[in-house]
Write a protein that binds this ligand. Structure first.
Ligand SMILES: [Zn+2]
Length: 396
C-alpha cells in the first residue's frame, strides 16, 4: 500500500520514493505527497524525476496513480518527486476556507446544508441548499475574517463510528464506507467536520476570505463563490472600487445605494407597464382608413413590445384589413399584416425597408423587420402606405 504522506503532513511537497509499477503513462510509487483529489478539491500536479505529472487519482485497487506522459521510469528506480507547491498551497487555503465559510454561513442559517464543493485554482465555491441574503453573507464573512485574525488551529483527529461526540461533527455518515476510519477536522472550537482532504495548520494562513459571487445552481441550490489569500485582497479592493463607481452613477450615498437600486427597479418596472398600456390604448383608438374598400390601419406607436404591436396588427388582419405599424424606441420595429390577398406582405415589406437601410421578412399575411435610425418613423410609414395603396388600387 502506498504511504500517503499528505495524510499526516500537508506541507511536504518534495520527497524521494521508489517506483512500484509503470504501465504506459501510469506510475505508482511506494510513497507519495501527490493528493489524488477528493472532497471537491482537485488533484495535485508536479513532477517525478523532472517529468511532468499532469494528474493523480485513485485506481480501483486504492493505489494512487500518477499520470506521467511519455515517461521512461523503471520499476524499482529511486526517484526525486515534487508537487507544484504554489498550486497545492492555494488549494489547501481554499479547502480550509470552504470549511470556515460554510460553518460561518451555518451560524446564520442553521438549516443550511452542502450539495457540492469545488476547490480548484480557477474557481472555489460551495453549493448550499437555499439562498441567503447579502446581509447574512456579510455577517458570515465578518465572523470568518475574525476567525482568521484570531489564528485558530486547524487540527485533524480520528473518531470511531460509535463516538458520542460524533453528533457535534458535520458529517454525511452514509457516504463513508463502514470499514473506513472517520477523519475529523477541527477549526479552533468553532467547527468540526468529517474530511480526509488537505488543510492549512492555522486560520491566519488564509489571510482573508471574501464571497465574490452568488449564483443559482439550478436544482442543487445556490453557488457561493469565494476567494482566499492575496487573491481575496485583490478582489476585495476591486469590488469596493466598482461598488463606489456604481454609487457615483446612481448619485446617492453608499449606505442608501441598495434601497436606491430597489426603487429604480420598481420605477422602471412601473414605467414599462404604463408604456405598454399606453401603446395598447393608442393602437386600439386608432381608426383604420378606407382605401379602395379595404380598412387600412397606419400607426406609429411608442415602444417595441412585440406582443402589443402584433396584437394590434392581428386584430385588423382578422377583419380582412391591412395593418402598417411602426414601433419606436431607439430603433424602429416595423410590422405589416394583411387579411387580403391583394396585399402580399412578404413581397412588399422587404423592398420598403431596404430603402431605409433596414431588413425584414415573413409570410404573405404577416411580415416584420427593423430599421436602425429611429428618426425615420414617419417616412417609413409613408413609404409603406404608398406601396400598399398601389397594390390595393391595382386589384380593385
Ligand atoms: Zn476538508
Amino acid at each position: 500500500m502506498t504511504d500517503e504522506i499528505f495524510r499526516h503532513d500537508g506541507y511536504v511537497f518534495e520527497f524521494e520514493a521508489n517506483v512500484v509499477s509503470v504501465k504506459g503513462d501510469e506510475v505508482i510509487l511506494d510513497s507519495t505527497a501527490f493528493y489524488p483529489g477528493g472532497g471537491g478539491q482537485v488533484c495535485d500536479t508536479g513532477a517525478i524525476r523532472g517529468i511532468p505529472v499532469t494528474e493523480a487519482f485513485y485506481d480501483k485497487d486504492g493505489n494512487i496513480v500518477h499520470m506521467v506522459t511519455g515517461n521512461d521510469l523503471q520499476p524499482g528506480e529511486r526517484v526525486w518527486c515534487s508537487v507544484d507547491w504554489d498550486r497545492r498551497y492555494e488549494l489547501m487555503q481554499g479547502h480550509t476556507g470552504e470549511h470556515l465559510l460554510f460553518c460561518s454561513l451555518k451560524r446564520q442559517c442553521p438549516d443550511l446544508t452542502i450539495t457540492k464543493i469545488m476547490i480548484s485554482p480557477e474557481s472555489k465555491y460551495v453549493i448550499v441548499n437555499h439562498d441567503l441574503s447579502w446581509e447574512q453573507i456579510r455577517e458570515a464573512q465578518r465572523f470568518a475574517n475574525q476567525a482568521i485574525v484570531d489564528n485558530l488551529a486547524v487540527t485533524k483527529s480520528i473518531m470511531d463510528r460509535d463516538d458520542p461526540d460524533l453528533e457535534k461533527v458535520r458529517i454525511k455518515l452514509d457516504r463513508i464506507p463502514e470499514d473506513e476510519e472517520i477523519s475529523v477536522v477541527a477549526i479552533g472550537n468553532i467547527d468540526l467536520s468529517a474530511c480526509s482532504g488537505v488543510h492549512v495548520m492555522e486560520t491566519s494562513e488564509l489571510e482573508m476570505l471574501i464571497v465574490d459571487r452568488k449564483v443559482s445552481a439550478g436544482k442543487d441550490g445556490i453557488a457561493i463563490h469565494f476567494k482566499v489569500g492575496q487573491e481575496a485582497k485583490n478582489v476585495a479592493a476591486d469590488l469596493a472600487s466598482i461598488a463606489l463607481e456604481i454609487v457615483d452613477g446612481i448619485g446617492c450615498k453608499t449606505e442608501d445605494s441598495v434601497r436606491a437600486v430597489a426603487n429604480m427597479r420598481h420605477d422602471l418596472d412601473l414605467e414599462g407597464r404604463l408604456l405598454r398600456k399606453a401603446t395598447k390604448d393608442l393602437a386600439v383608438s386608432t381608426v383604420p382608413e378606407d382605401v379602395h374598400g379595404t380598412p387600412v390601419l397606419y400607426a406609429v406607436l411608442p415602444g417595441t413590445d412585440r406582443a402589443v404591436l402584433t396584437d394590434a396588427a392581428e386584430s385588423v388582419k382578422s377583419k380582412g384589413g391591412v395593418a402598417l405599424i411602426v414601433g419606436v424606441t431607439d430603433t424602429l420595429a416595423v410590422i405589416m399584416a394583411s387579411g387580403t390577398p391583394a396585399v402580399d406582405c412578404r413581397k412588399l415589406l422587404p423592398d420598403v425597408l431596404k430603402q431605409f437601410g433596414g431588413r425584414g421578412g415573413g409570410k404573405p399575411d404577416f411580415a416584420q423587420g427593423g430599421v436602425t435610425d429611429s428618426s425615420l418613423a414617419d417616412e417609413v410609414l409613408k413609404a409603406m402606405r404608398a406601396t400598399v395603396e398601389k397594390s390595393l388600387s391595382s386589384s380593385s
